[in-house]
Design a protein around this ligand. Structure first.
Ligand code: OXD
Ligand code: MN
Length: 620
């Protein structure tokens, strides 16, 4: 039976269908809200998503029948689909992403602020009738296992069936979330429309969207409104909008951290397990590290999450972390046997691909999947493509969406509602210069200082010099729902709530340092396990380090380099600390801090002063 047969046709002002739950009392508020939004957006139908496999199968069949998904050849990629977006709707739109806090200063200088009253008026106009001719799906979702002590729930109203299928993989969706709402659990309200109403009889586009886009967060009322885009973080609102921007605000108020971090368990050759969270800006290899296959014998990594971690001080004085998501929404190009064989294996089937290339045999391909491109493809825009075409076959931000359970090295207990105790937190950026391969913070406040200074050289910057830095503190620049100076202060205060001897140790890593000749100095990928090995031996107290003005680095000989050939000169360059460059970098940090005025915590300006003091005292 097609899904459409299960819809209850409604005239928005009268019947709205009913949530498929027997407990109806506590749902009155939700039903009233759905009614209000339906009255505004005027969908033809309302469908309450129950999260069942049958419902999902029907939804996918509908999408294929409507030409919105291409079913891949089940012989190569069972249960998998390809979506091709509108060429103007291919990525998160940071310039159209707003924080509508009551006070502008609460959004801070790194966010686009918009006055809530003003934008509510705009949204009312945009959403009026925006779902005409479409179905409004009511999608109850849980971030973290339903009912878990660290979990949070929300509801997305959307007119995109593609978004519904994606949310179903990225979160836990269904009636047990409604049961939570019925019991009075707080929930976040999110509304999404592709902004493409259909006139009666009008044919739909394969990827409906609108040129005008708005992704608006209301941190004071914990709401998100997204208009005009069907793509990724603009449409799967549970991900960046709720699990990071809104959750960062909830975490600020409740005393925990919502972070743009992968989460892994590392098991050493003696069988002892350690848990690491790591923040890297987008496109710096988070998914690769989350699925690391160590090259050093005896070490194993189990994946817990690849993009978001929620971290809370526990009663035992440790920090406990969960991955609130249930799937991976990863960048396809650059994911291949050589870089991330685990991801390639994860994608064997049951995957929705977006904007990758299609092979003549009905499978998919993207740059980096194999060394050599197939001789003939259909590119992400549906055009014929050959290696001579002179353009990428897959869009550089093409994606895979897949359930985390399919990852061959997912930890058996990855859904444990209590999460895992953190032993270390890593911060990394893409730095051709200055930042050594690994650096240990001297204490929590120094670690927060390191996180606040995370940056990458702008690609336009001359390589080998300290160029203009693209700041991405804690890799949260596009994802913090409030003033980042307050966020730095929040990190400092959360650190005070863990026992000093149980707090995770903080490290900065940089896989991307280049030599004067422009070559990467470190092989990266599986070999990054050597850096993790040193980090874990630091935690155990068995690896020696030397103090430098910028932090602690491995003592000579303490990094395990058995079996790889990193020339002595490259190692020296990987850890070289150039006093003058670092003093210039400290000036840039001061400029960056100045953009926050006097909201920057005094502990961080003290760290900056101490850094300069130590640098000035260092030999040239
Ligand atoms: C993502 C991002 O999609 O960070 O995860 O941009
Ligand atoms: Mn991300």
């Amino acid at each position: 039976m097609a899904l459409v047969d299960t819809f209850r046709p409604v005239s928005p002002s009268t019947s709205l269908g009913a949530p498929p739950s027997p407990q109806r009392e506590g749902l009155a508020e939700l039903e009233a809200w759905v009614e209000r939004i339906a009255a505004l957006t005027q969908p033809d139908r309302v469908h309450w998503v129950d999260g069942s496999a049958a419902e999902n199968a029907a939804l996918l069949r509908e999408l294929v029948a409507e030409g919105k998904l291409i079913k891949l050849n089940p012989e190569w990629r069972p249960g998998s689909y390809l979506a091709r977006s509108h060429p103007g709707d291919v990525a998160r739109v940071e310039g159209r992403t707003f924080i509508a806090s009551e006070h502008e200063a609460d959004a801070g200088p790194t966010n686009n602020w918009i006055a809530p009253d003003e934008i509510r008026g705009t949204l009312d106009t945009l959403f009026a009738g925006s779902m005409r001719g479409r179905t409004l799906y009511v999608v109850p979702f849980s971030l973290g296992t339903v009912g878990g002590p660290l979990s949070h729930i929300g509801v997305q109203l959307t007119d995109s069936a593609y978004a519904v299928a994606s949310i179903g993989m990225m979160t836990r969706v269904g009636t047990d979330v409604l049961a939570q709402i019925a019991e009075g659990a707080p929930w976040v309200r999110t509304v999404h429309s592709v902004g493409a109403p259909l006139a009666p009889g009008e044919a739909d586009a394969a990827w409906p969207c609108n040129d005008e886009k708005y992704i608006v967060h209301f941190p004071d009322t914990l709401e998100v409104w997204s208009f005009g885009s069907g793509y990724g973080g603009n449409a799967i609102l549970a991900k960046k909008c709720v699990a990071l921007r809104i959750a960062s605000v909830i975490g600020r108020d409740e005393g925990w951290l919502a972070e743009h971090m992968l989460l892994i368990r590392v098991i050493d050759p003696t069988g002892r397990a350690y848990h690491l969270a790591a923040a890297f800006p987008s496109a710096c290899g988070k998914t690769n590290l989350a699925m690391l296959r160590p090259t050093i014998p005896g070490w194993r990594v189990e994946t817990l999450g690849d993009d978001i971690a929620w971290i809370r001080p526990g009663a035992d004085g440790r920090m406990w972390a969960i991955n609130p998501e249930a799937g991976f929404f990863g960048v396809a190009p650059g994911t291949g046997e050589a870089t991330n064989v685990t991801a390639v294996e994860t994608l064997w089937g049951n995957t929705i691909f977006t904007n990758v290339a299609l092979r003549p045999d009905g499978d998919v391909w993207w740059e980096g999947l194999t060394d050599e491109a197939p001789p003939r493809l259909t590119d992400w825009e549906g055009n014929d493509w050959t290696p001579a075409s002179g353009r990428p076959a897959a869009h550089p931000n093409s994606r895979f969406t897949v359930g985390a359970a399919q990852c061959p090295q997912i930890a058996a207990d990855w859904e444990d509602p209590n999460g895992v105790p953190l032993d270390a937190i890593l911060f990394g950026g893409r730095r051709a210069t200055n930042v050594p391969l690994v650096l240990e913070a001297t204490d929590w406040a120094h670690g927060v200082f390191l996180g606040s200074t995370i940056s990458s050289e702008k690609t336009a910057a001359a390589e080998g010099t300290v160029g203009e830095l693209r700041r991405d503190p804690f890799a949260m620049l596009p994802f913090c729902g409030y003033n980042m100076a307050d966020y730095f202060g929040h990190w400092l205060s959360v650190g005070e709530r863990v026992r000093f001897d149980r707090a995770p140790r903080i490290f900065q890593v940089n896989w991307f340092r280049k030599g004067a000749d422009g070559r990467f100095l470190w092989p990266g990928f599986g070999e990054n396990a050597r850096v993790i090995d040193w980090i874990i031996r630091r935690i155990q107290g068995t690896a020696p380090a030397v103090s430098t003005p910028i932090g602690r680095i491995p003592a000579p000989g303490s990094l395990n380099l058995d079996g790889i050939d990193v020339p002595e000169a490259d190692l020296d360059e990987l850890f070289a600390i150039d006093k003058e460059s670092w003093l210039r970098e400290a000036d840039l940090t001061e400029e960056f801090y100045a953009t926050f005025g006097d909201r920057i915590p005094a502990a961080l300006t003290a760290e900056l002063s101490a850094l300069r003091y130590r640098l000035r005292g260092a030999p040239n």
